[in-house]
Design a protein around this ligand. Structure first.
Ligand SMILES: *[C@@H]1O[C@H](CO)[C@@H](O)[C@H](O)[C@H]1NC(C)=O
Ligand SMILES: *[C@@H]1O[C@H](CO)[C@@H](O)[C@H](O)[C@H]1NC(C)=O
Ligand SMILES: *[C@@H]1O[C@H](CO)[C@@H](O)[C@H](O)[C@H]1NC(C)=O
Length: 483
């Protein structure tokens, strides 16, 4: 008689243990942004395995790249897909347009064994001040159309529409005074009402790094999570880091619209590790680990004690060497992994692994580099360098970058190699009028890495495009010269 009871207890205890063991993963809300504006793209399946190996179960992408979606099929990973700002006008124009988009880019991938799409981001930071309102009027009509299209295919209850907002959508001297920019009050009211009626969260991107980078008066330690000598006192509340202050400014802005309890998701947050003073490995590690620990400790903020953001998507998974450097050279270096899936620093995501695991089975080109030929006079190299760096990524050479100390010749070699790898080690691409030369000795020094490209077949079309534009640039150069 005792035995069955005993085993029941054991089973109950065991299931309790299983539930308890799985709780931390179920509760932790850390995901990543997976952008693909890359010069050397890893195979999507390699990236999905990287996510799985690191137990990352939430990913945000910026479009609906079918190669990426196919790789995510059956992975169990929750996905936020995106509609680029440039498509908002068409989405807002008719339900016919949104119907096709939903059919081609969502319904075709969901279902058993498919992609677990949970959110659709309608635009990406569409209210950024620098867009001067050009996308503003499309957001709400696009959402209404998309909601109808989702309802038609019975996905409206499962997939939620959200609008990732930049933090410059709201402002205040002190967090408690937070309010949306006056010209956004009306549209934000509509959006927030819509989100609330669908049980969707407010998604915001917060970047203490940009506050620090753009403002020499910004106290450096306030950007991190280790305490500050410059706390911000707001009535009874004291803020010791920029993230909390920014988050509560949003909470106050939402409260002004009557939605102070609305769940908040951090759509992007992170720290670049190269390309600027203050963008380095130790700072990136300190920021990201501090953020993760604070979220997982469920500390919350003064206006939402004990209630951390419901999800936090780190920016970013991988470096993206083809991104515009208009914001700064750091823009290509946000990854917690380098472009080829190698962890840049130890980071505990709180998802079960104590450290990041590198990508497996990455297919590299052969171990070959292109460098400046030491026996040649390099005084005529400027145009070659300019051309190479306009196509490939040379941002680490600049002040604050990991390759800034290479010296003149090292700079040239770095530029030559970056270009050579971009051209998939095409022999001609290392010629540079005889100034370049292929070597089998890795020229990397210290933290400055001379990369070797990866061989994702889907990036060969990109290399071809670049090659065509090189020809064009050369032609153009000749024309300019002749004129
Ligand atoms: C589906 O998404 C892709 C990639 O984001 C886009 O290029 C394409 O135009 C979309 N399809 C429709 C019908 O809008
Ligand atoms: C890294 O950046 C931080 C600030 O972001 C700075 O305090 C630190 O000195 C930098 N470290 C190096 C080695 O440059
Ligand atoms: C190498 O290139 C970088 C970026 O253009 C520049 O700042 C640096 O001064 C160069 N170094 C030398 C020795 O020319």
């Amino acid at each position: 008689m005792l035995e069955p009871r005993f085993s029941t207890v054991v089973v109950a205890l065991f299931s309790l243990l299983v539930v308890w063991r799985s709780l931390p993963t179920a509760e932790s809300a850390i995901g990543v942004n997976w952008g693909t504006i890359s010069l050397h793209r890893l195979k999507p399946s390699t990236v999905v395995n990287l996510l799985k190996d690191n137990k990352i179960s939430k990913v945000k992408i910026f479009d609906t790249d079918h190669g990426v979606l196919r790789a995510l099929m059956g992975s169990g990973i929750e996905v936020m897909v995106g509609i680029p700002n440039e498509m908002l006008a068409s989405m807002s124009s008719s339900t016919a347009a949104s119907d096709i988009w939903v059919r081609q880019n969502v319904s075709a991938f969901v279902g058993k064994g498919g992609v677990d799409i949970r959110y659709i981001a309608v635009g990406n930071e569409p209210f950024l001040t620098s867009y001067s309102g050009q996308f503003q009027s499309y957001v709400m009509p696009a959402m209404l159309n998309l909601q109808q299209s989702l309802a038609k295919v019975n996905l409206a209850n499962y997939i939620k529409l959200v609008v990732p907002c930049n933090a410059d959508a709201y402002e205040a001297e002190l967090p408690s005074q937070g309010a949306f920019r006056p010209e956004l009050t009306q549209i934000m009211t509509q959006i927030v009402q819509f989100l609330n009626s669908n049980g969707s969260p407010f998604v915001v991107n917060i970047y203490p790094f940009l506050s620090l980078y753009g403002n020499s008066d910004f106290p450096q330690d306030y950007a991190f999570f280790g305490g500050t000598t410059h706390p911000v006192t707001d009535g009874a509340n004291v803020y010791s880091n920029a993230f909390d202050g920014n988050f509560d400014t949003l909470v106050a802005a939402l409260a002004k619209l009557g939605y102070g309890q609305m769940p908040i998701v951090i759509g992007e947050i992170g720290w670049p590790a190269d390309g600027a003073i203050g963008a380095n490995l130790s700072a990136a590690k300190a920021f990201n680990q501090g953020l993760i620990n604070q979220v997982l400790n469920r500390k919350g903020t003064p206006l939402r004690p004990g209630i951390p953001p419901m999800d936090v998507y780190l920016f970013s998974l991988l470096d993206e060497g083809a991104k515009s450097i208009l914001p700064g050279n750091f823009e290509r270096h946000w990854g917690i992994f380098s472009f080829d899936g190698q962890a840049k620093y130890p980071l505990n995501l709180g998802l079960g692994n104590r450290f990041l695991k590198n990508a497996k089975n990455v297919e590299y080109l052969p171990s070959r580099w292109c460098v400046a030929n030491p026996s040649r006079d390099l005084s005529d190299v400027t145009n070659h360098m300019k051309l190479a760096c306009s196509m490939a990524d040379c941002t680490t050479l600049n002040y604050g970058g990991s390759c800034n100390e290479l010296g003149a010749k090292g700079n040239i070699s770095y530029a030559f190699n970056s270009y050579y790898q971009l051209q998939m080690q095409n022999l001609q691409s290392c010629d540079f009028d005889g100034l370049g030369m292929v070597t089998f000795l890795d020229p990397s020094v210290g933290q400055c890495r001379f990369l070797v490209g990866v061989t994702d077949t889907s990036s060969s079309s990109q290399a071809y495009r670049n090659w065509v534009s090189v020809q064009f640039l050369i032609l153009w150069g000749i024309v300019v010269f002749l004129v």
